[in-house]
Design a protein around this ligand. Sequence first.
Ligand code: R5P
Length: 283
Amino acid sequence: LKLFTLNGNLPLAKKVAEEVGLPLSPASVKHFADGEIQIDLDDSVRGADVFVIQPVSAPVNENLMELLIMIDALRRASAHRINVVVPYYGYARADRKARSREPITAKLIANLLEMDGIDRFVAVDLHADQLQGFFDIPVDHLKAKNLFADYFASKHFGDNVVVVAPDHSGTKRARSLAELLHAPIAIIDKREEDTIGVIGDVKGKHAIIIDDIIDTGNSVVEAYGALKAAGVLDIYAAATHPVFSKGAAARLATLDLQEIVVTDTIEVAPENHLPNLVTLSVG
Ligand code: R5P
């Protein structure tokens, strides 16, 4: 068994290596001035079961290309089985043709990985469960909900807590966390632009907004405003994948959130480490 990492999330890969008691196998990854990437495996992988850890997070296309080149190198070096662990599957939101002439990039990435020769795909909290069907190989879809449930249970909110879906499509995710916390759910109801309501009883309660991704932070900002207007006691924002694209941290910093609770599927850049950021580890 051999474990490799690329440049996507070194701290998480180190944590996983420690957890499973395996060293990270050496590989050198060079980025040339023209943008090309060269990967050299420093040890034999002939006949080995190999795991490669690499999120498809920013810089999304570079991290994806590193992964594809690594798989090619492993296959040509006669690895027995190639398992890729993609803690965050970038492009996952492009999972359907919602408008005419739109690509389905999440399916394209699945095709690229499969054509490259992977045997197993492991991911954490895919944007939608159905993404598993984009692959014809085994997919392990790991869920972070128990991490969040244990974390929030330790706050002993009692009956005075509600789990909030930031939009209708997040209802299932909110319900599965709420079940673990024995809490009710509420839904942010975005009817039209500028008309945001709350479905459910939130007044005087601790509200936990749960999402899969915080990208621009706009969904949290909107949910926050609606929950404040509905008279909640206080607000926590939780999401598995802290994408935190440019401006997100500044946007979130304007809110009086008790905490922003995320996981380490993506390494948060130092400039985005808000004082109320809590990181749980999926490692
Ligand atoms: C949307 O379908 C996702 O589940 C998230 O709600 C969304 O990606 C969050 O993005 P942002 O932080 O930009 O609102």
